[in-house]
Design a protein around this ligand. Sequence first.
Ligand SMILES: [Zn+2]
Length: 274
Amino acid sequence: MRLACLSLISFGLLTSQAHAALIINVNYSGDPQYQSDFNSAAATWQSLLIGYQNGLVVNRTAGSSYSIGQTVSNVFIDAAVSLIDGAGGTLGSAGPDQIVLDAASFYLTTDGAMQFDSADWASLTPQERQAVILHEMAHVLGFGTLWNLNGVYTNGSGEYTGIFATQAWQSEFGQSGTPDVELGGGTGTANAHWNEVDNGAGTTGITDSQNRDMRDELMTGWLNSSIFISNMTIASFRDIGFTPVTTVSNPEPGTSALLGLGLVALGVAKRRRL
Ligand SMILES: [Zn+2]
């Protein structure tokens, strides 16, 4: 989990809202030509996650943009393109900086940060860039970063135990038991992604009804040549306090088209850590 104490965020207090819709505010500092990529990623997650099941703040970290008694709606994300580890290796990293506990006992992100490696950024295709931003934004919202706190994962277990993603694991991918979590890749990759073959070195053999392999799912630990967002990923957000769009066992092909990520063929497989 990355709950580093960045104290750079100084938004004003917000008034409570009747409906806890999700609004993602990205404070991006960098080349303006990429601003639209961040806006697009925010719009995608807003359309998929819609809002929160509860969101009423009963406890908070000291730097959160929210106070006790308010209802979470906006998430504030600082985004920057800066040097991480040079070309290759890590493409990006992200996580919550500030969280709250809501009245339904969910830990929710209110403020977070995303970083993208400047050494890799320009070499990414537009589709890869969009995938990487969507991926890191999911970490800010809690995917893999607030699993422990929300009781859906224990580090080292390799098994995600949240009920809704588990249902999707079984119905969408025809698996038994609970979703497999990545244990390879070291800190930052292990315990925070769906499992795939380390370094994306091969397919997993775990496929959905459209024969899409888990290797290509957005929230595995390595960027792949084609990307899709599974119902399992969307359902996992229900396990940690969001109200996502209703998941279906057999997603329409249009789901991928909507996300602009379906059937992205890049020709060259790029295996890089997310
Ligand atoms: Zn990741």
